[in-house]
Design a protein around this ligand. Structure first.
Ligand code: S3P
Length: 428
């Protein structure tokens, strides 16, 4: 697929429901009493993996509309082992949250996934869960993961690395653990969708500073989840509108949870014209309409504490930094090496091949920006990584010569309609 340079990015759009929240709604709904209706479900390959996983565990899920699901909860101890393994596909969130959720269920479960997922380290999480009495075995620290359901006991965890997936898995285990509070201390705050949703379902979750605690409950109930637009899916559009001169784009109904909206804050600090209108709440989540207009940017340093707030948007930040005056730096983002690809390597290789002056470090990258459109003209292979495919597409729009993307289909992992929506707002 050739993504040609854009003359401008103009229009009004909405993006599919948040992937993180959609995964959680299905997984938490699966252990509730009664039915959870999910409105605005973000349907993608990843979230389909979650629906298939809970079905395999004996939970009935009705596809009412493309973006509406009814999950008939099996109760907190009602998940049942399927015949074979549970295929988590490409979805790291599903794999890790299931490790926590299944550790305290009855029976034996095997979790696996595609080649990329089977390469991702999960031993730290397995070890933390073992500290609660869980019986889990990884395969050299990676999936497949074999879980023998066990009686869990509450524990305190101090995470070395900020990870919402790890925190969420431990909270889901804590929900089933006896003997008091399970507490997770985070080095930096991460997205809090799990806490918000568990709280809405009646679980005793408390946050105090960077500590989150939970206690065992007898039952959960979550009648309805309204999923806001996914800020990670909107980020390529907001970035393109910022970088292509003459652009003006509005994104409606967007989730702007402060632990997710780091890219918008950092772009504004760089001089971007991003405005947030009509702030409101949807369920427990912050939602707004966001308008992005083109602007000249100045370089910035992303602080360590900002990294979890824009972890999946750091590839797009690197592109924006490539067009910002001065040197931009990201540090403290070693976890990027453990995503769908090693994103420090893939981002650096892709952007360099398109003419951006970027160098990788152990835990981030450094970009020497030039306030002109990068040359482009290269051929990009995303390595099956949806965020890299979207980065390449935005790079194509902002470049002088466009970008040829060899495996555009990988966007379906999080956003199957990405290219159609992008085309609908692109002027050439
Ligand atoms: C996610 C958390 C992040 C993010 C991932 C989704 C989640 O991972 O990169 O795409 O839904 O909790 P970590 O928190 O493990 O870094």
């Amino acid at each position: 697929m050739l993504v040609a340079p854009a003359a401008a990015v103009v229009g009004h759009i909405g993006v599919p429901g948040d992937k993180s929240i959609s995964h959680r709604a299905v997984l938490i709904g699966a252990v509730c009493e009664g039915e959870t209706r999910i409105e605005g479900f973000g349907r993608s390959a990843d979230t389909e993996s979650t629906v298939a996983a809970v079905r395999a565990l004996g939970v009935e899920v009705a596809d009412e509309e493309v973006d509406v699901l009814g999950v008939k909860g099996a109760g907190l101890d009602g998940l049942r082992p399927p015949e074979g393994l549970i295929d988590c596909g490409n979805a790291g969130t599903l794999l890790k949250l299931l490790m926590g959720l299944l550790a305290g269920q009855e029976g034996e479960f095997v979790l696996s996934g595609d080649e990329s997922l089977r390469g991702r380290p999960v031993e730290d999480l397995a070890e933390a869960l073992r500290g609660m009495g869980a019986d889990l075995e990884t395969t050299d620290g990676r999936p497949p993961v074999r879980i023998k359901g066990a009686e869990l006991h509450a524990a305190e965890h101090r995470l070395d690395r900020a990870s919402a997936q790890t925190k969420s898995a431990l909270l889901l285990a804590g929900l089933q653990a006896r003997g008091g509070k399970t507490v997770v201390f985070e080095p930096y705050s991460t997205r809090d969708h799990t806490e918000t949703m568990l709280g809405a379902a009646g679980a005793p979750v408390r946050r105090s500073g960077r500590a989150v605690s939970i206690e065992r409950v007898e039952s959960l109930r979550l009648d309805r989840v309204d999923v806001p637009g996914d800020i990670s899916s909107a980020a390529p559009f907001a970035t393109a509108a910022t970088l292509v001169p003459g652009s003006e784009l509005s994104i409606h109904g967007l989730g702007i949870n402060p632990f997710r909206a780091g890219l918008l804050d950092v772009l504004v600090r760089m001089g971007a014209r991003v405005a947030v209108f009509d702030r409101r709440r949807l369920g427990g989540e912050a939602v707004a309409d966001v308008e992005a207009r083109s602007a000249a940017l100045t370089a910035t340093t992303v602080k360590k504490g900002e990294v979890p707030r824009m972890i999946d948007e750091l590839p797009l930040f690197a592109l924006a930094a490539g067009m910002a005056r001065g040197e931009s730096v990201v540090r403290g983002a070693a976890q990027l090496r453990e995503k769908e690809t090693d994103r420090i390597e893939t981002v650096t290789n892709v952007l360099r091949s398109l003419g951006v002056r970027i160098t990788a470090s152990d835990d981030g990258f450094r970009v020497r920006g030039v306030p002109t459109r990068p040359k482009g003209g290269g051929v990009v292979h995303s390595g099956g990584d949806h965020r890299i495919a979207m980065l390449a597409a935005v790079a194509g729009l902002v470049s002088r010569e466009g970008v040829e993307l060899q495996d555009p289909e990988s966007v379906a992992v999080s956003f199957p309609g990405f290219f159609d929506l992008l085309e609908s707002v692109t002027q050439r």
